[in-house]
Design a protein. Structure first.
Length: 701
C-alpha cells in the first residue's frame, strides 16, 4: 500500500517563501566535493570539474579565518563497481579498497586539503544511511510499489542501472544506461530505454515483478520548485538544468535496488535489496562529517551554516533536486545553499573517457611532473569549464607555464629577489620617498584582496586567478618602467623605494596566491622569510616586509617546460588512441553465469595427439582428425581448416573433451571436441600443454 505523503515537511528548516531572498550572515560553511566513484583513478576532468575549485574556495575561506569544514570520500557502492569486480575476478570490496587508496593519496599529493577523506563502505556510513532511510520510511514518505523491472534470465539477476543499456528516448544515444544518458544528461528509468540489452549477457532482458520504495518526487515538485526559485544565485548552467527537469515534470524514483552490493534496505521484506547508490552517496557527506567531528550536527542542522556542494554537471539533478528532496522529507537538515557545478573538460578536443584511457591521470602526472602540482592547478583553473565545456591541451599547458607562470609571476619575483640580494645583501631597503605613481600603485595593490575575493565568492575562479596574475603583471610593469638595474648607478635612493615596493608586491602575491598555487606560495613565503601565519586581509597591507628584514636565498619559482616533455605526453595519448582503435575491433565477451565446481568436473578433458588429419570434402572449414586420447583412438570433426593445414598438425598435442555426446557432421560421427582459443580477429589456436612430457590421456582439470 502506498503511504500518503506529507506535503510540507514539518520540523524542517526550510521556511523561505517563493521569491523571497533571505539575507543570511552565515557563521560557518560546510563545503563538499563530489564523492569520486571508486572504480578508477582520478583524472584532470575530475579535478577541473570540482576538486580544484572546491579546494581554492576552502583555502580562501580558511585564509579569511572562517569556520569551514571540507568533506569528501570515496563513493563505493553501485552497479559499476560490481561490474568492475566481475571483470577483474575480484570482490567489490577489493575494487574499492584499491581505488580508495589511489585516489586519496593522489588528492593529498596534489594539495587538495580535505578535512576528511572518508568512504561509504564505512560502518558510520552504513548506519547513517540506514537510519536516514528508516526515518523516511517511518514518516511514510516512500511509495511502496511492485513494478516490473528488467531481469536477465541467463544471469539470473535483476538489472539495475548500469547493468542495462539501450537507446535514450530523449536524444537517441544508443549507449544510454538504465539510470542516465551520459550524452544528453537525462535521468532515466531502465524501462524508458528503447531496445534494452543486458550488459551481463548481451541478451534482451525480460520484465519481472519486484517490490521497491519510491521517493515521490512528482508530489514533492511544488516544494522543490520553491527551493530552486528562492535561490537566485545558482550558476546559469545549474539553474537551466534544474528548470528543464522541473518543466518536464518530476517522476517518482526508486530509492532501492535489487542488488547485493551496498547498504542493505533496513526494513522487513527487503532481502536482497540495497539502497540506490544515489540515495546513499550524498548521505556520505553527512557520515563523513560524523567521522570528522562529534560536532557534526552544527554543520548539518544549524541554519547558520552555509552548505555548498562542488560537483560536475552530470550530478546536478542529484544535488539540486533529489538530495534536497530527501533532506526536506527527513526534516532536520539544512539544504544546499549553492551547487556550483562545472561543465566538462575535454582533452585534446575529445571527451575524456576512462574506458578508452583518454585521460591525463593525476597519479601519473604527479610521477611524471615532480613538484609541478601548481602548474597543473594553474592550467586547470585558468581553463576551468565554468560556464561551458572546455579543452585541455598539452601545448596550452606548456604555453601557460612558459609565458604566464615563468614569464610573468616567476620573472617578477625572481628579478625582485635577485636584485635585493645584489644591491642590499638580502636586506629589505628603506623606502625613501613615494612618487605620485608609487602612491597610486600602492592604493591599487591594496584593492586586490577584495577584488579576488569577490570573484571567488561568486565561484568565478578563472576570473579570480586572472586578477591574481594582474598583480604580478603590475609588478613586472613597475620594474620595467623604472629599470632599477640601470637607475642604481645614478639614483640609488630612488632604487631603494622601487625595490621596497617590489618586495611588498612579492609578499602580497605570496599571501593571495595561496588558494590557487599553494606549493608556490609556501616556497615564496620561505624565500621572503615571511610570517607563515598571514591571513587574506593582510594582502591589503603594503608593509608586510619591514625595512631591515632579511630575506632568504632566491631560487626560481617555475621552470620552463621544454618541447620534448610535451611531445612525450602527446605521444602517450596518441599511443592510447591507437591501442583503443585496436581494442575496439575486439569484442570481449562478458563473463558467463557462475557454475559450480561439480558442473565443471563433469567435463572429461584429456591430453590427446592428432595422428591423422584430412580435409572433409565439400566443407571449407572442416578437418577430419584421428586422435589418440590415451583412452582410445577416435574420430573428431573440427572446424579448423581455415586455421591449420592438415599436413602441418600430425603429431600436435591438443586438449580434447571426450565425454561430449557424439554428433554427426557431414555424415561423419564426431566423437568429442578439440578445445581452441580464439582471438579478437577470430583466429583459432590449439590449447596444448606447454611441457613435452604430458602423456596422452592425462586429465585437464
Ligand atoms: Zn540522451
Amino acid at each position: 500500500m502506498p503511504h500518503p505523503l506529507p506535503l510540507s515537511s514539518k520540523g524542517g528548516l526550510w521556511t523561505k517563501e517563493k521569491g523571497e531572498k533571505e539575507i543570511m550572515n552565515y557563521k560557518r560553511q560546510l563545503v563538499t566535493a563530489a564523492l569520486p566513484y571508486a572504480n578508477g583513478p582520478v583524472h584532470i576532468g575530475h579535478l577541473a570539474g570540482c576538486y580544484l575549485p572546491a579546494d581554492i574556495y576552502v583555502r580562501y575561506l580558511r585564509s579569511k579565518g572562517e569556520d569551514v569544514k571540507f568533506i569528501c570520500g570515496s563513493d563505493e557502492h553501485g552497479v559499476p563497481i560490481t561490474i568492475k569486480a566481475k571483470k577483474e575476478g575480484i570482490s567489490p570490496q577489493q575494487v574499492v579498497d584499491k581505488y580508495h587508496k589511489i585516489m586519496g593519496d593522489a588528492f593529498n599529493e596534489f594539495g587538495i586539503t580535505f578535512d576528511i577523506y572518508s568512504r561509504t563502505s564505512s560502518k558510520t556510513h552504513h548506519e547513517t544511511a540506514s537510519e536516514f532511510f528508516k526515518t523516511l520510511y517511518d514518516k511514510g514518505v516512500f511509495v511502496e510499489e511492485v513494478t516490473e523491472q528488467y531481469f536477465d534470465e541467463k544471469a539470473n539477476q535483476f538489472l539495475a542501472d548500469r547493468y542495462i543499456v539501450g537507446t535514450c528516448p530523449k536524444c537517441g544515444n544508443e549507449n544510454a544506461y538504465g539510470d542516465q544518458c551520459e550524452k544528453c544528461g537525462s535521468t532515466l528509468n531502465a524501462t524508458d530505454l528503447i531496445n534494452p540489452k543486458s550488459t551481463l549477457s548481451g541478451e534482451k532482458p525480460v520484465l519481472k515483478k519486484t517490490k521497491n520504495w519510491f521517493l515521490p518526487l512528482d508530489k514533492m515538485q511544488p516544494q522543490i520548485e520553491t527551493y530552486i526559485e528562492s535561490h537566485k544565485d545558482w550558476k546559469t548552467n545549474v539553474y537551466g538544468q534544474c528548470k528543464s527537469w522541473l518543466n518536464s515534470g518530476l517522476q517518482p524514483r526508486a530509492m532501492t535496488r535489487d542488488l547485493n552490493w551496498g547498504v542493505k534496505v533496513p526494513i522487513e521484506g527487503a532481502d536482497g535489496k540495497v539502497l540506490y547508490v544515489w540515495f546513499d552517496a550524498p548521505i556520505g557527506y553527512i557520515s563523513a562529517t560524523k567521522n570528522l567531528t562529534p560536532d557534526w550536527k552544527k554543520y548539518w542542522q544549524d541554519k547558520e551554516t552555509k552548505l555548498v556542494h562542488f560537483i560536475g554537471k552530470d550530478n546536478i539533478v542529484f544535488h539540486c533536486i533529489i538530495f534536497p528532496a530527501m533532506l526536506m522529507a527527513e526534516g532536520s537538515y539544512i539544504l544546499p545553499e549553492n551547487v556550483p557545478a562545472n561543465e566538462f573538460l575535454n582533452l585534446e578536443g575529445d571527451k575524456i573517457s576512462t574506458s578508452r584511457n583518454w585521460a591525463v591521470w593525476l597519479h601519473e602526472y604527479l610521477l611524471e611532473f615532480k613538484d609541478k602540482q601548481d602548474v597543473l592547478r594553474y592550467t586547470l583553473c585558468s581553463n576551468a569549464p565554468e560556464t561551458k565545456d572546455n579543452d585541455f591541451t598539452w601545448k596550452d599547458f606548456q604555453a601557460k607555464n612558459n609565458s604566464e607562470l615563468v614569464a610573468n609571476l616567476g620573472n617578477f619575483v625572481n628579478r625582485t629577489l635577485v636584485l635585493t640580494h645584489k644591491f642590499y645583501e638580502g636586506i629589505v631597503p628603506v623606502a625613501d620617498e613615494y612618487t605620485k605613481t608609487d602612491i597610486l600603485l600602492l592604493e591599487e595593490i591594496s584593492k586586490f584582496p577584495d577584488k579576488i575575493a569577490a570573484s571567488i565568492e561568486q565561484y568565478r575562479f578563472r576570473e579570480a586567478l586572472a586578477e591574481l596574475m594582474n598583480l604580478g603583471r603590475l609588478g613586472n610593469k613597475y620594474l620595467a618602467d623604472n629599470e632599477p638595474w640601470s637607475l642604481v648607478k645614478t639614483d640609488a635612493k630612488r632604487v631603494q623605494t622601487i625595490m621596497n615596493i617590489s618586495l611588498q608586491i612579492s609578499a602580497n602575491l605570496a599571501v593571495l596566491m595561496e588558494p590557487f598555487l599553494p606549493f608556490t606560495s609556501k616556497k615564496l613565503t620561505a624565500m621572503l622569510n615571511l610570517n607563515s601565519g598571514l591571513k587574506w586581509n593582510d594582502g591589503k597591507r603594503t608593509d608586510l616586509l619591514l625595512a631591515g628584514h632579511t630575506i632568504n636565498t632566491a631560487s626560481l619559482l617555475f621552470d620552463k617546460i621544454e618541447d620534448d616533455v610535451i611531445e612525450a605526453q602527446i605521444k602517450k595519448l596518441a599511443d592510447s588512441k591507437k591501442q583503443n582503435e585496436e581494442m575496439n575491433t575486439a569484442a570481449i565477451e562478458p563473463q558467463k553465469p557462475e557454475i559450480t565446481f561439480d558442473n565443471f568436473s563433469k567435463m572429461d578433458i584429456r591430453v590427446g595427439t592428432i595422428i591423422e588429419a584430412e580435409k572433409v570434402p565439400k566443407a571449407d572449414k572442416l578437418l577430419k582428425l584421428k586422435i589418440d586420447t590415451g583412452v582410445d583412438l577416435r574420430t573428431v570433426v573440427s572446424g579448423i581448416a581455415e586455421h591449420y593445414k592438415a599436413e602441418d598438425i600430425i603429431g600436435q598435442q591438443v586438449s580434447i573433451l571426450i565425454n561430449l555426446a557424439p554428433r554427426k557432421i557431414k555424415g561423419i560421427e564426431s566423437q568429442g571436441m578439440i578445445l581452441m582459443a580464439e582471438n579478437d580477429k577470430g583466429e583459432l589456436s590449439f590449447v596444448s600443454p606447454t611441457k613435452e612430457n604430458m602423456n596422452n590421456g592425462g586429465g585437464i582439470k
